[in-house]
Design a protein around this ligand. Structure first.
Ligand code: CP3
Length: 344
């Protein structure tokens, strides 16, 4: 089958223009999302395949992005291991009970975890014919073990990952045991997504940016590498790894075996494109807060990125992190249209 623009760019082949999509492109900034959200909790929405599929396509129908990302959450792997996950408006995720000791880690059940995530595979089934007709890929995803572990340890969003870092120095073998369990669940889960038909995968390591370089290697990139090595990926679906603090971590991220590195807005793309091997694609890195800027400023900043990356095959336009709930949808349209009107 013909490769989509996204798949060509992700494998560093020449494209007439970069593909564009946005992290958190489905969500509360869209009135059509809020309409469904009024009737269901977030967890109910991701667990109902028909609703998850509908929400996945909402931004595609409205803006025509070049890729759809499955509507779900990174914390489903924590739930599959036996934690209770709640998402509270304005507070974020709450994980009960938190996992802080070796005994806590030992209670996590790694048997048949993918069975508990069947609802995701059913959403992929519903979406496959629709994205195929639109000639865009469906991107599957999972959280990186370190980021999911940090939620399980903290029990909620944390500004500094203090408890996680305490466990790291006071009882590193417990942290490794937790990361090992998460790695195994994530391998099974991503393999199930590939088998169900996603065309690409992204691994989110949002909170790795809190780590030092050595700790990132010991507690994060090594586990991401193990996941990628254990994927059963006969069609070579491209794998993207997203982390914050990519400027610092780029050399380690390039050794994970990922095909695409997704970078935060602090990263200097001019420097990065010389560090990242030519056979690895780059995704990013517009500061999502620029979507609050006046149109002329936003346009200038989008163009600056496009111009910087235009001589490099293997570039996917995206944000440096996810869209916020109070973004004006018209700004999203402006960015998508600007990228799609660009020609090398
Ligand atoms: O990108 C997409 O459109 C796909 C769906 C997606 C969501 N979460 C939907 C969501 C993806 C890929 C994620 C990943 C995710 N989830 C990450 C990694 C990426 C990132 O943004 O850093 C993280 C750290 C989480 C954990 C998480 N889930 C948080 C911190 C929150 C609360 C955030 C908030 O704004 O309230 C969630 C809930 C969540 N995940 C929402 C959505 C649309 C909001 C749910 C709602 O109340 O309607």
């Amino acid at each position: 089958m013909k490769k989509t623009l996204y798949e060509l760019a992700a494998t560093c082949q020449k494209t007439p223009r970069p593909p564009v999509w946005m992290m958190r492109q489905a969500g509360r900034y869209l009135p059509e999302y809020r309409q469904i959200r009024e009737k269901y909790s977030f967890i109910e929405m991701i667990k109902t395949p028909k609703i998850a599929a509908e929400i996945t396509l909402q931004p595609i129908h409205r803006f025509g992005m070049d890729a759809a990302i499955l509507f779900s959450d990174i914390l489903v792997t924590a739930e599959a291991l036996g934690c209770h996950v709640d998402i509270i408006e304005k507070k974020g995720p709450i994980i009960t009970p938190p996992i802080r000791t070796r005994a806590d880690v030992d209670t996590l059940n790694t048997v048949n975890t993918t069975k508990k995530l069947t609802y995701v595979l059913e959403a992929i089934d519903l979406l496959t014919p629709q994205v195929t007709a639109l000639n865009i890929p469906l991107i599957g995803f999972a959280g990186a073990p370190f980021t999911v572990a940090s939620y399980m340890i903290e029990g909620q969003s944390s500004p500094d990952l203090k408890l996680t870092k305490q466990l790291m120095t006071q009882d590193p073998s417990t942290l490794h045991a937790l990361l090992e369990k998460l790695t195994n669940v994530t391998i099974d889960y991503l393999n199930a997504q590939l088998k169900a038909g996603v065309k690409a995968l992204q691994i989110f390591d949002t909170w790795a940016g809190h780590l030092s370089y050595t700790d990132f290697e010991t507690y994060s990139s090594t586990y991401i590498q193990k996941i990628i090595q254990n994927l059963n990926n006969p069609n070579n679906c491209p794998i993207t790894v997203f982390a914050k603090n990519t400027t610092t971590f780029a050399p380690l991220l390039t050794t994970t075996g990922a095909n695409v590195i997704s970078v935060d807005w602090q990263t200097n793309l001019k420097t990065l494109k010389n560090i990242v091997p030519q056979n690895m694609a780059i995704q990013g890195n517009l500061d999502p807060y620029l979507l609050f800027a006046p149109d002329d400023i936003l346009t200038q900043r989008v163009d600056a990125i496009l111009n910087t990356m235009q001589d490099r095959p293997g570039y996917i336009f995206n944000l440096g992190h996810g869209l916020m709930p109070d973004i004006n949808p018209e700004k999203v349209a402006l960015v998508v249209n600007r990228v799609q009107a660009f020609h090398h």
